[in-house]
Design a protein around this ligand. Structure first.
Ligand code: SF4
Ligand code: SF4
Length: 455
């Protein structure tokens, strides 16, 4: 009779957990590699060297591994010590023109647009004050961005249209370039909106959580009725417009209820979106539909399946507009080493319907991200404190993580509200992209070159 021994749990993330703060070793189909974390350089390694370094790290001795790497010709520079800036000029704002929404998504960070307060719309004078401040503080020749968020921004169509025209005229008068963006649930779009997007070259992000059944389950109208049919009709009209000068992107918020990412990706590509992006739901005000560790493991596996589709399609010379992979390959290629994950609280701020300035659209009405108001301007003390406390070097445990300059500490909102539950997922995905990058560099450099030119 066979005696069952203890079942050893397989740690599926062991190969991507940080073993050295300076080096990350990985293997792809074209060899062994070391990522020098500080410089972002990827060094090829002979298998024998890789084995020695791996064995040293298994002993839990990163210093010895770094010395051995030095002996193999990989000099790791000292950690970058970049202090936090005291202030950063604001170059992009989002206006919460409607702090209300016609949908009733369970996980909504904006709590159906109200951000936990009363529903409301941004009056035109608040929007104008925000735009005057944005444009007035910029110099001729600079580029600015004005985004519209909610709730659902099209609930307040009047302010959205008027603000766009007002901002375009104000920027033109001062020789400033301004770009426009909007995140929308796409249920309320009409021809007048499409004409506006065309005239001003909007970047539109459509919140879509899957195909019909999934989307209807996650993003119903407040009545409970599904919204997918209306969204699909409106997206079709958006994408069919002649000479369209705007881009239409799909953003999928991934919850435990819509983890069938490859199927969703194929469906959204068939709808004709210019780009598709998946983003996990890590922190919902109600806690509902947040991803836990097991969900994040599944998300990584599913995202990798999408990555494999991307890789297979690339072999046929076609680049799928899969933003998660394209932006990560670009970050790796350009050796980006950002000290913040995004511009929140620095060059980017969110404006509430009443004119409050917040670190970003997710912090609207939240004291944690309060940055002043559009009438008196950015509170310099608050901004300086934010920039200092949110700097990568102050984030834990990021200082010892090999992924720190590619991840930059992850979303401020999520790490403040929930901590960092997604690090294994983040590193697993970055590792997948590093592997793919080295393979493309060797076997398909022309495709890699084309990927680097995508905006
Ligand atoms: S948040 Fe990013 S940089 Fe920080 S520990 Fe997690 S994966 Fe590493
Ligand atoms: S803090 Fe998070 S939600 Fe806000 S802009 Fe940055 S990444 Fe986006």
């Amino acid at each position: 009779m066979a005696i069952a021994g203890p079942v050893e749990e397989i740690d599926r993330h062991a190969h991507t957990r940080p073993r050295s703060a300076k080096l990350h070793f990985f293997e792809s189909a074209v060899g062994h590699f070391a990522l020098d974390v500080e410089s972002g350089t990827i060094h090829p390694l002979p298998a024998a060297h890789a084995n020695v370094l791996d064995a040293t790290l298994r002993l839990g001795d990163p210093n010895r591994a770094e010395l051995a790497a030095l002996a193999f010709g990989i000099a790791t520079p000292a950690a970058m010590q970049t202090g936090a800036p005291a202030s950063v000029p604001v170059k992009a704002i989002s206006l919460a023109v409607a702090q209300t929404c016609n949908l009733g998504c369970t996980y909504c960070y904006a709590q159906q647009g109200t951000f936990g307060g009363a529903a409301g719309s941004m009056p035109p004078d608040v929007a104008r004050a925000a735009i005057d401040r944005l444009v007035g503080e910029a110099a001729s020749g600079e580029s600015l961005t004005l985004a519209f968020m909610g709730g659902e921004p099209l609930v307040n169509r009047k302010t959205l249209h008027a603000s766009t025209r007002y901002a375009a005229a104000a920027a033109a008068a001062r020789g400033i370039r301004i770009g426009f963006a909007m995140t929308t649930n796409a249920t309320l779009l009409n021809d007048e909106d499409i004409a506006l997007f065309k005239e001003y070259g909007f970047i539109l992000t459509i919140s879509l959580d899957g195909l019909q059944a999934t989307h209807d389950n996650l993003r119903p109208y407040r009545s409970g009725k599904g919204s997918f049919e209306q969204v699909a009709r409106n997206v079709k009209a958006l994408l069919a417009a002649e000479e369209r000068r705007y881009r239409v992107l799909a953003r999928v918020t991934v919850t435990p209820k819509n983890l069938d990412l490859p199927e969703i990706m194929v469906g959204l590509l068939d709808m004709g979106f210019d780009a598709i992006m998946f983003s996990p739901m890590l922190s919902a005000p109600t806690g509902e539909d947040e991803m836990d560790t097991a969900d994040l493991d599944q998300l990584l596996a599913q995202l990798i399946r999408c990555g494999d589709n991307f890789r297979d399609t690339l072999r046929q010379g076609r680049i799928l507009p899969f933003s998660n992979i394209i932006t990560t390959l670009q970050r790796i290629h350009y050796q980006q080493r950002d000290q913040y994950p995004c511009g929140a609280g620095g060059g980017y701020m969110g404006v509430s319907a009443k004119g409050g300035l917040y670190a970003c659209h997710r912090f609207v009405n939240d004291e944690d991200g309060l940055m002043g108001d559009v009438f008196t301007g950015v509170d310099q003390v608050r901004q300086s404190n934010w920039l200092d406390s949110r700097h990568l070097q102050k984030q834990s445990p990021c200082g010892t993580c090999w992924a720190r300059y590619l991840c930059s500490g992850s979303c401020h909102y999520e790490s403040i509200k929930r901590g960092r539950p997604a690090c294994d997922y983040i590193r697993g995905w970055l590792n997948y992209c590093l592997v793919l990058y080295t393979e493309l560099l060797r076997t398909n450099p022309e495709s890699l070159r084309r990927i680097m030119t995508i905006h």
